[in-house]
Ligand binder design. Structure first.
Ligand SMILES: Cc1cc2nc3c(=O)[nH]c(=O)nc-3n(C[C@H](O)[C@H](O)[C@H](O)COP(=O)(O)OP(=O)(O)OC[C@H]3O[C@@H](n4cnc5c(N)ncnc54)[C@H](O)[C@@H]3O)c2cc1C
Length: 254
């Protein structure tokens, strides 16, 4: 079983920033990613609130950060983590492999909240999407519906209004209009933390409990980015967490 100083779970901005800091400190690092590197920002065409870079896309920004981590020596494997065994030495399990490490950083972010069973049944065979930027063009000139009432829903509506023949707007659990051919869901996000339940403390909404020091309730397990309890979930705060968690790992490893 291959052994690392630190295994980082998730190759979003938090995980990749942590990898950069750890590699620069001479630690050997494995980043495990279940999908593609970059995280939830990669489909955003124009990112906001990222100091110093106006009009950059999420994909461009994340490719640069990924390349920086790779050039410094970080290893990235595309495997979903399905479990962790905690001890002085940690074991991280994927479908096909097990890896050992002295420390872990959880940086698994969040995913879109799914519609209720009732609303999913109501959608029937219609397409369901969680990203207007990714899938909106497929429904050019056709009626679509956006489910949700927050800022993301408003953003999805504004985007689709330039493409669709009509954009219906409904709330969580409202019936889906007959005419709509696709359903765009924007009803919030939930943390990817289910596999860590019982290993680290989670709050009532399943976020990993940690303060600005990025330390969890478990020795040698740290957390960075949107999956931890915090007030502001943005790129800069996730990147900041990556640096803080990496620093905590360096001190922990001694
Ligand atoms: C549509 C949208 C627009 C946004 N726009 C902005 C913006 O303009 N400016 C801004 O500052 N912020 C924006 N944000 C917020 C920003 O994207 C997040 O705060 C940031 O990406 C969080 O980074 P993260 O690394 O914590 O998590 P994520 O980006 O969610 O990355 C987590 C990674 O972990 C992986 N993962 C999850 N579970 C596992 C597992 N079991 N095994 C292996 N890998 C796993 C995921 O596949 C993912 O790649 C936006 C978010 C969205 C959804």
């Amino acid at each position: 079983m291959k052994k690392y100083d630190c295994i980082i779970i998730g190759a979003g901005i938090a995980g990749l920033t942590a990898a950069i800091y750890l590699e620069r400190a001479g630690k050997n690092v494995l980043v495990l990613e279940s999908k593609i590197h970059g995280g939830q920002i990669i489909n955003t065409v124009n990112i906001e609130n990222w100091p110093g870079d106006l009009g950059v896309s999420g994909a461009e920004l994340m490719q640069k950060i990924y390349q920086q981590a790779i050039d410094l020596g970080a290893e990235v494997e595309y495997e979903e983590v399905i479990g962790v065994v905690n001890g002085d030495e940690k074991i991280v399990k994927t479908e096909d492999e097990e890896y050992k490490a002295d420390a872990i950083i959880i940086a698994t972010g969040t995913e879109p909240r799914k519609m209720s069973e009732k609303q999913t049944a109501d959608a029937g065979k219609r397409a369901i999407s969680y990203c207007a930027t990714c899938d909106g063009a497929l429904y050019k000139g056709k009626p679509v519906v956006v489910v949700g009432s927050g800022n993301t829903a408003k953003h999805e509506i504004a985007y689709l209004e330039n493409l669709a023949s009509k954009v219906y707007h409904i709330h969580h659990d409202d019936p889906i209009p007959e005419e709509a051919v696709a359903v765009f869901v924007a009803i919030g996000r939930i943390p990817n933390t289910g596999i860590f339940n019982g290993i680290v403390d989670l709050d009532q909404d399943s976020y990993i409990v940690a303060s600005e020091d990025c330390k969890t309730s478990a020795k040698g397990i740290f957390v960075a980015g949107d999956c931890r309890t915090k007030d502001i979930r943005q790129l800069v705060t996730a990147a900041g967490d990556g640096a803080v968690a990496a620093d905590a790992v360096i001190k922990y490893l001694g």
